[in-house]
Design a protein around this ligand. Structure first.
Ligand code: ADP
Ligand code: MG
Length: 690
């Protein structure tokens, strides 16, 4: 018996070779294991073989036929049409290929073929525009006459090639695979054995087959993740940190009394929980969640302060430069009034400034370091990093979190997120984190009125913007997000900005912000907006997280249906941050129950937790509230919402198993441990072991 081939290069699989292997690597398929775990995205039902005359024009058809003749024509330059005449037992039909001249050489008269394609009828002829074909040579039919797998592809790689590669990998490996799921669990939950499940997921004999296979792989995925999380949690609890916080002076009180507001009850509780964790002997590993605008920043500033005040270093990492700059602006203001130095580190910095910053950090001359991914670079070294805060943590991967963490020695870790997830789900998704929640918004916030409008009502929207600008307020207009192409995003934003400033919003100072701008340019624009020098900011989604301009009162989101609930909620969170009443317009012409329910839900509530629950219920296509992008875990096949029951079962079984065998040392768990080591970075399993 052997384990899954995670370290066997895919290029050695029959039908692959180096050239196809490099195409496969674009799909992150590098090993045979990756190939076997490249699951079909759907199946095409080609079980119904009928003669050609039984199909109507335009439909998809699967037909068996014998080649009786071939011809090739070149109606114009660059176009070769290959046409085979085939006999299906009743009559003739024609199979057609475009620009595949080798077909004619491959398929000889008398050969029986299985073909799938689209039927075209004209002038009494039946033509099949071929999508897939296969020689019927007595071997098991792969492409036709059955449920056929349809894989996620990349350019230059066809379904045919991928199917053949997967088939070869299965032939070579699926027999004799050691199943790492304990037998007792496989029996209890009626899960097919690993080798059989792989066969069934790729080439199911029936839809029952692929359901059973899916059940297994979902369980497998969730189970392994829960094992990792539980082990990680257990390790954290077992480790002792070697720093401790000794508050020297009343800086915290000074800070609190310098704030123009007092903490909300939720902020107070969260800070108490964090502070207790920091005083504990084991490192903190805590998630701070709170709705957009709940005031997470000041809570984490308390933690930074506690570190600095004890002569230790603290770092805060944010996902965008805009956000990092903004944190720097706010926090350095607080800290300089307390006589403390703050250092900013971002990717866009000049070399010399960067060197100076690095030196200060290394020598411990600066206590608080704020930055972006730039903090993760290898030459960033800390003297005594004790406290790590990660803002908008769902934007980072587990690994990135770990890299920052490893720059200290058992530092305390606080991760923050504004995409709230329902409590039950939080427990299962963040199995390795303790969770603090700020359930309330600061008092006095006026709920943002939200409207879902068709494009035809834009005139009224512009009027509202003009009215608000006249009153001294500001507005955002967020342009549609086109996933495939940043370029298109950009164009539409640029065009819109220039059109508006000379047209509908003539007289307003309109400016533009987008992701392709240089960091300095972005900063300039944001600063000008913040300083009130821009009235209307036309933007791509770069304003999504964190931007805080309390004077802005109108948020217009164009083609709102293109955004997930989480993102819409984040975007809306850019307004309603000050003492003025604010409005959010969701503009969309999209029809469809899902879309409309989603946008209506936005209009009905401003509460992120309620929206999260709504999303859980709706599960429309597209992004879901803070789970898939949670950064806590990524999923190949499971869907933590739809498979919530499997998730709960996996969690329970993982915990029970680890209670009996905490480090998986027993012989019967050897292959399970082996599989974990293969799939997960060792660093991640024992994340807090120095
Ligand atoms: P988020 O939780 O989304 O990160 P921020 O920390 O950016 O929210 O806070 C949003 C705004 O609310 C900031 O302008 C902040 O100064 C303000 N704020 C935070 N806490 C309070 C409070 N207790 N009372 C009033 N305003 C607060
Ligand atoms: Mg924030």
């Amino acid at each position: 018996m052997r384990g899954l081939p995670w370290s066997n290069p895919v290029k050695y699989v029959k039908n692959v070779g180096p050239k196809r292997a490099s195409l496969l690597s674009r799909l992150s398929i590098n090993s045979v294991g990756d190939l076997l775990y490249h699951f079909p995205r759907e199946y095409e039902d080609r079980t119904q073989l009928k003669p050609a005359h039984a199909y109507d024009s335009g439909v998809r058809a699967s037909i068996r036929g014998r080649v009786v003749g071939a011809e090739e024509s070149k109606p114009r330059k660059g176009l070769t049409i290959t046409k085979l005449a085939l006999y299906d037992g009743y009559g003739l039909f024609y199979a057609v290929w475009y620009n595949q001249p080798y077909i004619k050489k491959q398929l000889h008269e008398g050969t029986w073929l299985l073909l799938t394609g689209k039927i075209n009828r004209f002038m009494g002829q039946i033509q099949l525009q071929v999508l897939d074909y296969e020689l019927e040579d007595g071997s098991e039919a792969l492409y036709t006459g059955r449920l056929v797998p349809v894989y996620p592809l990349t350019e230059q790689l066809s379904q045919r090639v991928l199917r053949a590669a997967v088939k070869s990998a299965l032939d070579e490996w699926a027999g004799g695979l050691d199943d790492f799921i304990p037998v007792s669990l496989a029996t209890k939950y009626k899960l097919p054995d690993l080798g059989a499940a792989l066969q069934m997921v790729h080439f199911p004999q029936s839809s029952e087959d692929h359901r059973a296979a899916r059940r297994r792989f979902v369980f497998e995925e969730l189970f392994l993740q829960q094992i990792i999380m539980t082990m990680r949690r257990n390790t954290i609890v077992a480790v002792k940190k070697d720093h401790s916080y000794k508050i020297k002076s009343g800086l915290e009180d000074q800070f609190l009394s310098s704030l123009p507001f007092s903490f909300t009850p939720g902020q107070r509780t969260a800070w108490e929980e964090i502070s207790l964790d920091m005083d504990a002997q084991t490192p903190m590993y805590r998630l701070l969640q709170g709705d957009v605008g709940a005031g997470k920043t000041v809570v984490c500033v308390m933690a930074l302060l506690k570190a600095v005040n004890s002569g230790l270093q603290a770092a805060l990492m944010a996902p965008t430069e805009i956000l990092a700059e903004q944190h720097y602006k706010n926090i350095s203001k607080y800290f300089s009034s307390l006589g403390l130095e703050t250092t900013l580190l971002t990717g866009g910095m000049k070399k010399k400034n960067r060197q100076q910053a690095l030196e200060k950090i290394r020598e411990g001359k600066t206590g608080v370091v704020l930055g972006t991914h730039a903090l993760l670079q290898q030459d960033v070294e800390f003297k005594n990093l004790a406290m790590v805060v990660i803002d908008e943590q769902h934007r980072f991967g587990v690994k990135q979190r770990a890299v920052l963490q490893f720059k200290g020695h058992q530092p305390d870790v606080l991760v923050m997120t504004a995409t709230p997830i329902p409590r039950t789900l939080a427990l299962t998704l963040y199995g390795d984190l303790a969770v603090s929640t700020i359930p309330d918004l600061p008092p006095g916030r006026i709920p943002v009125k939200t409207y879902f409008y068709r494009h035809s009502r834009m005139a009224g929207v512009y009027e509202k913007i003009l009215e608000q600008v006249t009153m001294g307020r500001q507005a955002y207009i967020v342009c549609p997000l086109v996933e495939e192409s940043e370029k298109v995003d950009l164009l539409s934003a640029v065009e819109l900005a220039s059109r508006l400033s000379s047209g509908e919003l003539g007289g307003c100072r309109v400016d533009l912000l987008h992701g392709r701008m240089k960091p300095e340019e972005k900063e300039t624009v944001i600063n000008r907006f913040r300083d009130g020098l821009i009235d209307v900011l036309v933007s791509t989604t770069v304003v999504e997280v964190g931007v805080d301009v309390p004077n802005a009162t109108v948020m217009v989101i164009l083609d709102a249906h293109r955004f997930g609930l989480a993102q819409l909620h984040q975007l809306r969170g850019r307004v309603g941050r000050g003492r003025y009443a604010s409005i959010c317009y969701l503009i969309s012409d999209a029809r469809g129950e899902d879309t409309e329910t989603r946008l209506r839900a936005m209009c009905q509530t401003g509460n992120g937790f309620l929206l999260a629950e709504k999303d859980l219920e709706l599960r429309g296509p597209g992004e879901l509230f803070g789970t898939r992008q949670s950064g806590a875990v990524t999923y190949r096949i499971a869907d933590p919402i739809r498979d919530i029951r499997a998730l709960e079962v996996a969690r329970k079984e993982a915990r029970e198993l680890l209670l009996r065998d905490p480090v998986l040392g027993r012989a019967e768990h050897r292959s399970l441990l082996e599989e974990l080591k293969n799939r997960f970075d060792k660093d991640l399993i024992f994340i807090n072991v120095g």
